[in-house]
Each structure stands twice: as structure tokens, then as C-alpha cells.
Design a protein around this ligand. Structure first.
Ligand code: IMP
Ligand code: MG
Length: 177
């Protein structure tokens, strides 16, 4: 185990098992539809890479990159689009892939933007959900794990851009923050 890690919250095999279940549910729900999975960079790339391989129906993928306007993201969720989708959303069944749903501010703003582009449907899958922290009414359609209100890293999630490569989800030790 990495020396900066206090405890492992979700280990590799639990993540793999849960992703297989999510993949099966999504494959069932989206059979015959135009599935477009959109990953919000960078935290969700690891989840995206594993989840898409657990889905056995035809699909497309795309990526978006957003940044907050200064500190405003914490209070308003207003984001600036740094990298937009490569394709129009007409007729697409859009599935937003997130690493963690916290206050929900970013996602509620982002889904507003994407809804205005008239996709056939829009749903959300998140690996982790911290419902205690929610400030706006955003509910994921698919959730990997509900986690307590602790700052977690690994499996794509970072602290100051580090720890994304850890294969598990963990709580950092106070000495590392
Ligand atoms: P929110 O839902 O708008 O508050 O923002 C969620 C974003 O904050 C996520 O996509 C993460 O980038 C980041 N975030 C929230 N909680 C954590 C955490 O525990 N570890 C790492 N990043 C987090
Ligand atoms: Mg993120």
C-alpha cells in the first residue's frame, strides 16, 4: 500500500465486480438505443475505460473538459467548457460518466447545457456518490458505491493531480494533505 494512504475504502476486486454489474444493467437498458458515453475529464477516465468494456452493446464515446470560473464552482457550479464534444447530440442517448457526485453543482450545470442540445435521453452514471454533501437535487441513474463524507483518491480521483493511478479508492492520510 502507498505510504500516503490511510485506508483503502474500496479495493480492486470490489470495483471490478460492481462495474461488471453496472455494465450488465446499462447493456440491458440501452439495447437498441444510440448510446453515447461522455466522460468528464480527468477524474472519470479510469472508470470510463473499465465501464465501456463491461458493456456489450454498440456504443460511442466522447470527452468533455470543464473548468470552474475561479472559486465560483463551489458556490454556483458555473463552468467554462475547455473541450467540447466532437459531435452533435441529436438522437443520441447520452450517458454522462462521472467519478464522484459531491455537491452536484458542476453536474447540474453541465446537464443543463447538454439537455439544451436535444439528446434523445440523458442519464448519469457515477462511480461514487457522496449524498451527504449534495447542495442541488441531482440523482444519479446508476451508482457504483455510496461513500461517506471523506476526501477520497485513486481510481482516477486526485488530490492536487496526484494519486489518480492508484488501482483502488482510498482515504489519504492527514500527513499527505
Ligand atoms: P461537485 O459535485 O460539483 O461538488 O463536484 C464534483 C467534483 O469534485 C468531482 O468531479 C471531483 O473532481 C471533485 N471531488 C469531489 N469530492 C472529491 C473527493 O473526495 N476526492 C477527489 N475529488 C473530489
Ligand atoms: Mg471530476
Amino acid at each position: 500500500m502507498h505510504s500516503d494512504i490511510l485506508k483503502i475504502l474500496i479495493d480492486e476486486s470490489s470495483i471490478a465486480t460492481r462495474i461488471k454489474e453496472l455494465g450488465e444493467a446499462i447493456s440491458r437498458d440501452y439495447a437498441g438505443k444510440n448510446l453515447l458515453m461522455v466522460s468528464v475529464l480527468k477524474g472519470s477516465v479510469v472508470f470510463m475505460a473499465d465501464l465501456m468494456r463491461a458493456i456489450d452493446i454498440p456504443l460511442r464515446i466522447d470527452f468533455m473538459s470543464v473548468s470552474s470560473y475561479g472559486a465560483g464552482v463551489k458556490t454556483t457550479g458555473v463552468v467554462k467548457i475547455l473541450k467540447d464534444l466532437d459531435q452533435p447530440l441529436d438522437g443520441m442517448d447520452l450517458l454522462i460518466v462521472e467519478d464522484i457526485l459531491d455537491s452536484g453543482m458542476t453536474l447540474s450545470y453541465l446537464s443543463g447545457i447538454l439537455k439544451s442540445r436535444n439528446p434523445a435521453s440523458l442519464r448519469l452514471v457515477t462511480l461514487l456518490d457522496k449524498p451527504e454533501r449534495r447542495k442541488v437535487d441531482v440523482k444519479p441513474d446508476y451508482t457504483g458505491f455510496v461513500v461517506p463524507d471523506e476526501f477520497v483518491v485513486g481510481y482516477g480521483l486526485d488530490y492536487n493531480e496526484r494519486y489518480r493511478n492508484l488501482p483502488y479508492v482510498a482515504v489519504l492520510s492527514p500527513s499527505a494533505c
